[in-house]
Ligand binder design. Structure first.
Ligand SMILES: Nc1ncnc2c1ncn2[C@@H]1O[C@H](COP(=O)(O)OP(=O)(O)OP(=O)(O)O)[C@@H](O)[C@H]1O
Ligand SMILES: [Mg+2]
Length: 140
């Protein structure tokens, strides 16, 4: 419980940090992921999914598809809510069946909109420090 910062010095570090978080995440839980362009959201997602035996190559930004579905030791939905500014009924309908699936873990890329979620939620923010350094803040 609580909020803490971790410094990542490489892509591999970020994957390891994500894999550590994955150990604490249970079926149904949600990971809200935010960070600027190129900060490492996809890298983090690859590390996270590798804990569930999902190949890194399968994990990609859901920017065009809105939802990627990965099947490993757990089912994972990787959703893109990044461009959504207010979660009115129509927006939510698109994602509802995924977000409300208690059997899957959801990684949601978002832009800090206020959103009520039906399961335990971990918040992850990745901040670009310099070319190879990122500050990762995790709130659980
Ligand atoms: N410490 C670090 N952690 C994560 N990525 C790093 C780090 N240092 C350098 N990088 C590089 O930063 C890039 C991160 O790209 P990635 O696609 O994961 O970001 P993203 O946040 O998903 O971007 P986008 O917003 O375009 O989807 C990669 O090229 C990676 O090698
Ligand atoms: Mg990405």
């Amino acid at each position: 419980m609580g909020k803490y910062n971790i410094i990542s010095k490489s892509e591999e570090d970020t994957k390891k940090i994500a894999k550590e978080l994955a150990k604490k995440v249970n079926q149904g839980d949600i990971v809200l992921l935010t960070g600027d362009l190129g900060s490492g959201k996809t890298t983090f997602s690859k590390g996270f999914c590798s804990y569930f035996s999902i190949e890194e190559d399968e994990v990609s930004s859901p920017s065009f598809t809105l939802v990627n579905v990965y099947k490993g030791k757990s089912k994972i939905y990787h959703l893109d809510l990044y461009r959504i500014e207010n979660l009115d009924e129509i927006d939510y309908q698109t994602f509802k069946e995924y977000i409300e699936d208690e059997k899957a873990i959801k990684i949601i890329e978002w832009n800090k909109i206020k959103i009520d979620l039906p399961f335990k939620t971990f918040k992850v923010e990745i901040k670009h420090v310099n070319e190879t350094t990122r500050k990762i803040t995790i709130e659980e």
